[in-house]
Design a protein around this ligand. Structure first.
Ligand SMILES: NC(=O)c1ccc[n+]([C@@H]2O[C@H](COP(=O)([O-])OP(=O)(O)OC[C@H]3O[C@@H](n4cnc5c(N)ncnc54)[C@H](OP(=O)(O)O)[C@@H]3O)[C@@H](O)[C@H]2O)c1
Length: 342
């Protein structure tokens, strides 16, 4: 049971709210004060920065003839990613948790879009989404694994597994695996996974293999961090499997972006974020730039297995780059969704 103060705000609510607001402010200040990022060798650098918008990153690109699947287009970074890629001529398959929500989002942007239903916590829904994508009978040039949920205040489970791990990692793992042959059919298929600097909130030992249910001990931020660490690990193992083919897999941190992601934070923290956020956070116009860069830019055509921030590669060091942890996560994930892998 949560303890409430006289104002009705729970102690846990204060902690989550403060963490949410502080995370954005902290990230912005950290980026200003931290030493220069470590760059992986051999990956081209772009001239883009944290201020570059997705429209600027894709200026001059003609994406007509390309098909891009973007998950979670009903708000925030996903919606802007869909808007900009469609603006440049791509056919964007935009997913929402219901077909109605996806259709409304698709109808809100100009260009060629097709809505599909995808509820990542419902594996039959993931399979149905992949089947509907296959039924379109077009090569799939890019999958953008964008949809996500952050810091659920109380433990929620799906099939006995912690829900952020399922939503942010496992559902996307299943979706991508069900569509790999479609990506293979594209001239240069790409998988882009939206991760977060919050991967540092994961347990220092990495994925908590004995606590994927969250039951041993649940912490909203640590569970979110674990799901984002899983995003990076999934990417590097996928890139390893893509090696020797034209396909690429990369992940990225969009930065602190003012979106609906904080919807599970207490009302007062959301309101505070809306007031002070614009001073230090990106808007979705900038927040979608690295996604669009990795999805479409010619400079990263042959780049695979890397983590990007502000359209440039960064070596996160430690667990997010651990190939053994990545291989184990792949095996564990495959086992968890085995009946749905096909
Ligand atoms: N905003 C930031 O500062 C920030 C920073 C680092 C990383 N990110 C990452 O960026 C990605 C996009 O987040 P955002 O900031 O744009 O947040 P957002 O505005 O909340 O958008 C999240 C999207 O994911 C969808 N979604 C949530 N749960 C889902 C589920 N179970 N099945 C299918 N779709 C689901 C949402 O659909 P509904 O609207 O129907 O719920 C929505 O379309 C996430 O992966 C997030 O972790 C964001």
């Amino acid at each position: 049971m949560q303890r409430h103060s006289r104002s009705g705000i729970s102690r846990r609510g204060v902690l989550i709210g403060t963490a949410v607001v502080a995370a954005g402010a902290g990230a912005a200040m950290f980026m200003r004060r931290s030493p220069p990022p470590v760059r992986p060798a051999g990956v081209p650098l772009s001239t883009y920065t944290s201020k570059t918008t997705a429209e600027e990153v894709t200026a001059g690109l003609d994406l007509s003839g390309r098909t891009v699947l973007v998950t979670g287009v009903t708000s925030g970074i996903g919606l802007e990613t869909m808007r900009v890629l469609a603006l440049r001529g791509a056919h964007v398959i935009g997913t929402g948790r219901t077909l109605d929500k996806a259709a409304a989002a698709c109808a809100s942007v100009p260009g060629r879009t097709t809505p599909l239903a995808l509820e990542l916590t419902d594996f039959p829904s993931v399979v149905a989404c992949a089947d509907a994508m296959r039924a379109l009978e077009v090569p799939l040039d890019v999958i953008v694994c964008n949809a996500g949920v952050m810091a659920l205040p109380n433990l929620e489970q799906v099939n006995g597994l912690e829900k952020q791990f399922v939503t942010n990692h496992l559902g996307h793992f299943l979706l991508v695996n069900r569509l790999l042959d479609r990506v293979q059919a594209a001239p240069q298929g790409r998988v882009v996974v939206v991760s977060s600097s919050a991967l540092k909130w994961a347990d220092p030992a990495g994925i908590e293999w004995d606590n994927l249910s969250g039951e041993r001990d649940y912490n909203p931020s640590r569970a979110y961090g674990q799901s984002k660490l899983a995003n990076n690990l999934f990417t590097i193992e996928l890139a390893r499997r893509f090696a020797g083919t034209p396909k690429t897999a990369n992940c990225m941190n969009p930065g602190a972006v003012l979106t609906e992601l904080q919807r599970h934070a207490p009302e007062w923290a959301v309101t505070l974020g809306r007031w002070v956020g614009p001073a230090f956070m990106k808007m979705p116009a900038e927040g979608a730039s690295t996604t669009c860069y990795l999805a479409a830019h010619p400079l990263v055509t042959t780049v695979s297995g890397h983590y990007f921030i502000d359209c440039n590669p960064v070596s996160p060091g430690g667990n997010p780059e651990d190939p053994a942890m990545a291989a184990r996560l792949w095996d564990v994930s495959a086992e968890l969704v085995r009946p749905y892998l096909g």
